[in-house]
Design a protein around this ligand. Sequence first.
Ligand code: UD1
Ligand code: CA
Length: 454
Amino acid sequence: MPAGLNVVILAAGQGKRMRSRLPKVLHPLAGRPLIEHVVATARALKPARICVVYGHGGEQVPQALRGDGLIFVKQQPQLGTGHALAQALPHLGSAGLTLVLYGDVPLIGDETLAAMIAGGGDRLTLLTAELDDPSGYGRIVRNRRGSITAIVEEKDASVAQRAIREVNTGIMVLPGARLGEWMSKLSNRNAQREYYLTDVVPLASADRVAVVAVKARTPWEALGVNSKQQLAQLERIYQWQRATRLMDAGVTLADPMRLDVRGNLACGADVRIDVNCVFEGEVRLADRVEVGANCVLRDTEVGPGTRIEPFTLVDAAKIGANCRVGPYARIRPGTRLAEDVHIGNFVEVKAAEIGARSKANHLAYIGDASVGRDVNIGAGTITCNYDGAAKHRTVIDDDVQIGSDVQLVAPVSIGAGATIGAGATITEDVPPGVLAVTEKKQVVKPGWKRPQKK
Ligand code: UD1
Ligand code: CA
């Protein structure tokens, strides 16, 4: 990329039609604010600097993006796109090129932008699109020789101009050397009393600077978000792209329309994903992993051959090879499952390591625990890890059998090979190899009558 590339992201507008207090560019697409997608694409071009022009919503935009090399420029009040770019001028210098992006046009691709920049030099490059319904956009006006002479905003357009289907996406590349002069010449004599950036077109023509139109590589790249409906449409396009890439890499998706990736999903060979799964943050699925319907996996690694059964939530966990997790399991942060572990329905695991071949198949809570190998944890067993003030650990050694409905009152440890009888409340350490029970005597009352309904 040219050494002197500046990127300016316009993001000061309110976005009235979102009907929200949140600035428009902070609404999430695939789990990240719209503007973060634009910043990421801008970074891929390796520009000399990136300026973000913000305004509406106070400091929320700079706070959400927090730094790393971005230059924030406040535009207050917001007097139009030309006025917005002019605010960034002091940071741009007069060398190289300035690329203008919109904070609410999130799917713009770096290849399209690279093609716009490649023209370089002393020209004005516009990203345009041919739309069936051009309403709301600025129209590209060309003369008889086909040269672009103006961009006319809909509110300023004649009936004939409104019929033009070639529109301005707003994204453009301007020559740095002309920028200061052109900005100083913009006026607000138009229907909206705004300083229109689009008025650089006649200024370029007057300076005999070529005005060039580039079309986006894909039709959706130039789509902007103005309403919740458009946000939802772009979300589906984005997710379709992710699904397509996964399928191209060999992943089997039961339905590519019913997948949501909000972050990065890396898959090995022969991974199968059923419908309505959500992947957040960094998720890695090894070879032959199967994810059942309606699962949510966040910041998680899953080992080869493991099956995540339907309706399972996994958050910040590491799951080994050939495990079975779910259905209806909740795996919380800090969980480490070794290989061949079975975690069944309505089992919650938190900050626990569980050794190879161990099982907790039904209705249990395993929190702040170390569980060895070949352990079986019965239904209804609970680690009582919290005394009201602090959390305590439970240690269960290899080959332990824990009956149903056991309370393990931490801190407590169970020695290898021990057996805990059903219904026990374990408050002291259990030595290896023994049977521990807490005896409650069964009482039989002959002749007792069950109350009858009247
Ligand atoms: C603009 C273009 C129009 C184009 C359309 C594409 C102008 C005059 N018109 O119109 O030709 O078809 O985008 O969507 O440029 N912004 C600021 N400060 C301001 C005003 C806007 O930062 O004072 C930002 C907004 O946050 C937004 C972008 O600029 O990211 C576009 O603003 P918007 O008001 O949506 O422009 P349009 O009227 O749609
Ligand atoms: Ca707009």
